[in-house]
Design a protein around this ligand. Structure first.
Ligand code: SAH
Length: 349
């Protein structure tokens, strides 16, 4: 394979427009090409029949149409399906398909490994090796959409909550969002796309400027700096005050309600005092809090029992914080972030 070739799935329609304009071709070629890639699902450029042969020849010279190699596919009893894909350099990534009443969502990985080092997270046990290219994220969605197509279903929602910190791979993640959101492509509605960050504050400001109308989720998990510093090292760089200020600006610019993710960890952040701190921290924001049952990974942290969880939840509701307890998916197949990958890598050692 020619290493200099570019990967077609990394190109937004705008980027293809620039490409064609540079070749003195009409801009609408970009739309034709995009439709062929994402509606026609071509596997070779020669399958495109509404673009002149010479142009097809040039596309073949300059671009590749790669695929992801599926290594493992695990289907849970509730339909949650976990895919382990190998990238072109052999790196392994996880992608999860979840079935909801409202449609099918894909949880996308954004980096090979992660450098955020959150103490409770399995993904963080393997350091970042590299960022994913836009195409490697697009292909996670595309491969799973192809899989659903066999049953006349489609991916309706995308959450960038797999392994990696999306705002640590900011440019590629933004490009990825533009590609999957494009009305001539996969057409995943902006409001059906969620980016989850542990709180890289400068990127929240940058993201606000784009006004993409996607959902922003913030992995909060702790409502005071002392605890957050202890378990999430990003907080030492960007503390809660700076995070909340950024989110206020984000809301002012985009008018989009923010989601806070809060994993309940037994005896660590699940008391009523913790709930009170949480209420005080977020009460001025238009937000909702997603209470997440912890997926136990290595025994260091434990999940909060149901009674304590309900007390925590009730406290939030009584204090007029919108809260929900996240439904669990695929409990029988190591569905927590990074678990399948860590297990497979350990088995291969
Ligand atoms: N880096 C991003 C996105 C990836 S993590 C972020 O921090 O948001 C996606 C979510 O899963 C985060 O809220 C993370 O804290 C949470 N998470 C990590 N390990 C978990 C586990 N074992 N059980 C439940 N949620 C977990």
């Amino acid at each position: 394979m020619n290493e200099l070739k570019k990967d077609a799935y990394s190109y937004s329609r705008k980027k293809f427009e620039e490409y064609f304009l540079e070749k003195n071709q009409a801009k609408f070629r970009a739309t034709q090409l995009f439709e062929a890639l994402y509606r026609g699902r071509i596997s070779e450029f020669t399958q495109i029949n509404n673009i002149k042969k010479e142009i097809i020849g040039e596309l073949e010279e300059e671009f590749t149409l790669p695929k992801l190699k599926m290594v493992i596919k695990n289907v849970a009893s509730d339909g949650t399906t976990k895919f382990l894909f190998a990238l072109k350099d052999g790196a392994l990534i996880e992608t999860v398909l979840m079935c909801h009443e409202y449609g099918y969502s894909v949880c996308v990985t954004s980096q090979v490994g992660c450098n955020m080092g959150c103490a409770f997270c399995a993904s963080g046990t393997i350091k970042r090796i590299r960022n994913l290219e836009p195409s490697e994220m697009v292909l996670q969605v595309l491969e799973i959409d192809n899989y659903l197509r066999l049953e006349e279903k489609r991916v309706s929602h995308v959450v960038i909550m797999g392994i990696g910190e999306p705002f640590d791979n900011y440019e590629n993640v933004v490009e990825f969002i533009k590609i999957i959101n494009d009305a001539r492509g996969l057409e995943i509605g902006a409001r059906h796309i969620t980016v989850s960050t542990c709180g890289i504050v400068p990127k929240i400001y940058e993201f606000a400027e784009l006004d993409l109308q996607v959902n922003l989720a913030v992995s909060l998990h702790f409502a005071n700096d002392q605890k957050r510093n202890e378990y999430m090292k990003i907080n030492k760089k960007y503390n809660l005050e700076s995070l909340i200020s950024a989110l206020k600006v984000y809301y002012a610019k985009t008018n989009r309600r923010i989601t806070f993710e809060y994993i309940l960890l037994k005896g660590i952040n699940d008391s009523l005092d913790d709930a009170k701190e949480l209420v005080n921290l977020v009460r001025d924001l238009n937000c909702y809090v997603n209470l997440i049952p912890y997926n136990e990974t290595d025994g260091k942290f434990m999940r909060t029992d149901e009674k304590t969880r309900n007390q925590f939840f009730d406290y939030l509701i009584k204090n007029r914080i919108n809260a929900i307890v996240r439904k669990e998916h695929g409990h029988d197949i190591d569905a927590a972030c990074g678990q399948l990958r860590v297990k497979t890598m350990k088995e291969n050692e």
